[in-house]
Design a binder for this molecule. Structure first.
Ligand SMILES: *[C@@H]1O[C@H](CO)[C@@H](O)[C@H](O)[C@H]1NC(C)=O
Ligand SMILES: *[C@@H]1O[C@H](CO)[C@@H](O)[C@H](O)[C@H]1NC(C)=O
Ligand SMILES: *[C@@H]1O[C@H](CO)[C@@H](O)[C@H](O)[C@H]1NC(C)=O
Length: 433
């Protein structure tokens, strides 16, 4: 297969010309940069102000740094600069510092500023092979005022500020029973059902299942009720937001899931979002090079693409960080405006990079082990036929690929819990529509 293509040829020819051009451009750019820096450094005129506060949230600094205010001002400051340029050793130092701050402000705006301030000090890159970027973002400061009633409930149930959360209404009552029965059997105490109607709260109470019935007057409910289907699917993300704001990490769980081990013993906790995958083997789950072939292009017929099967928005662990909350907000906002599938939106927001007209999310992601956090396609198409894989004990199995959810959930319990080797046999690999 043909690899990279060289495109340097034509560029080389114009090298001399463009070098000359670029020198001129560089000179102009340096002039403008100095002007910007001075505008930033002395927003009230050149001589008057010597106060140099670090930029803080809400100050004008970022706006100024982002787009050098007006060219008039720059011109004025440039001439002032010339006037005092003899005495410029101290100035050079200040310029250096501010250039650095501008760069940081440009890079991450608020976020980078905060990180810079929190770390206090910049570091040099270490030797080859020793450097590692941040992947674990700091958690937010818990804010109980967001929902004091929920805060009280979570204080009692959560362990290490972690909790499994499922949303349920009376349509999924039977699956919910299998769901909590297996959670109890495994001995997981930190879980809660967000009851979406009275029948479910009564049912939870009756079965001693921790639940939280939302007060219909609470703000977010009106969002859920105001719109059609897509607005309601956005509700899940708004509810999750409250848990995160209260400072809890949430393992969001659909109810068509059978728990066979405690998932909290199998998490990495190094990313903003750690999710199970819809993939069916290592390749589709963890990513692969998918080559697009266009014979008409001749020599360059092969275009390489990267593919990954989507994350399953019905089972993911989300840490209470700013990028996580931003993700929830982005998804909820889009679902309130578009008639879109929440899982597609969830993945797009997680994975699409920044590009013209769009600023991508800066969230760290981790894909869960496909044989521990297993979807029903992996189980019914592969694992049950494989002598080695069928011996492994998954942590959870999500019956997401099959419409006959309840009988398959029950069969999974028979197979893995009660050791009935035949229990999965009656079910076809897929569904017959
Ligand atoms: C899939 O990935 C796991 C973990 O990286 C590895 O242990 C296993 O051998 C892989 N299986 C196949 C079929 O490549
Ligand atoms: C189900 O999947 C297995 C393994 O992938 C395959 O051998 C079998 O033929 C499939 N069954 C049907 C009915 O397609
Ligand atoms: C199961 O594992 C053994 C030992 O690693 C290997 O020799 C065998 O080929 C595997 N069987 C299958 C069906 O993958």
């Amino acid at each position: 297969m043909i690899g990279r293509r060289e495109r340097e040829g034509p560029l080389m020819r114009n090298n001399a010309q463009s070098l000359r051009k670029s020198r001129v451009l560089t000179a102009v750019a340096i002039g403008i940069l100095i002007g910007c820096i001075l505008a930033f450094l002395f927003p009230n005129g050149f001589i008057v102000s010597h106060s140099r506060h670090l930029p803080v949230k809400g100050s004008k600094t970022q706006e100024i740094s982002a787009e050098c205010e007006s060219s008039d001002r720059v011109n004025m400051l440039k001439s002032e600069f010339v006037a005092v340029s003899d005495n410029n050793a101290e100035l050079k130092k200040q310029v250096r510092e501010l250039t650095e701050r501008l760069r940081l402000a440009e890079q991450g705006k608020d976020q980078a500023q905060k990180q810079f301030l929190a770390l206090g000090k910049q570091v040099k890159a270490g030797p080859f092979g020793t450097v590692k970027g941040f992947r674990t973002n700091p958690t937010v400061v818990p804010d109980e005022s967001v929902n004091p009633r929920l805060a009280k409930i979570l204080e009692k149930i959560a362990i290490n500020r972690e909790i499994i959360v499922a949303l349920a209404n009376s349509n999924v009552k039977e699956m919910l029973e299998v769901w909590f029965t297996n959670i109890k059997r495994v001995g997981i105490p930190n879980y809660i059902v967000v009851a979406l109607d009275d029948e479910i709260s009564k049912y939870c109470e009756l079965n001693q299942v921790p639940f939280y019935k939302r007060d219909p007057d609470e703000g977010i409910d009106t969002i859920g009720k105001s719109g059609g289907n897509h607005a309601v699917s956005g509700l899940k993300f708004l509810i999750l937001r409250e848990f995160l704001q209260l400072g809890y990490s949430v393992l969001l769980s659909d109810v068509d899931i059978v728990y066979l081990q405690n998932p909290f013993n199998h998490l990495y906790r190094d990313s903003d979002v750690e999710s199970m995958s819809d993939g069916h083997d290592n390749m589709t789950t963890y990513g692969f090079n998918d080559v697009f072939d266009e014979p008409a292009m001749g020599w360059s017929r092969y275009a390489h693409t990267m593919r990954i099967w989507v994350y399953n928005s019905g089972f993911f662990y989300i840490r209470p960080t700013i990028p996580s909350i931003e993700l929830l907000d982005r998804v909820a906002t889009r679902l309130s405006k578009e008639n879109a599938w929440d899982q597609a939106v969830f993945n797009e927001e997680l994975f699409y990079p920044s590009h013209p007209g769009y600023e991508g999310l800066h969230a760290a992601r981790r894909t869960m082990d496909i044989y521990l956090f297993m979807n029903s396609k992996v189980l019914f198409k592969t694992v049950r036929y494989d002598a080695n894989l069928s011996k492994l004990k998954p942590v959870i199995i999500h019956v997401n690929y099959h419409p006959d959810k309840l009988p398959r959930m029950k069969a999974i319990v028979e197979y893995y819990v009660n050791g009935k080797q035949e229990a999965l046999k009656p079910f076809p690999n897929g569904s017959s529509w």
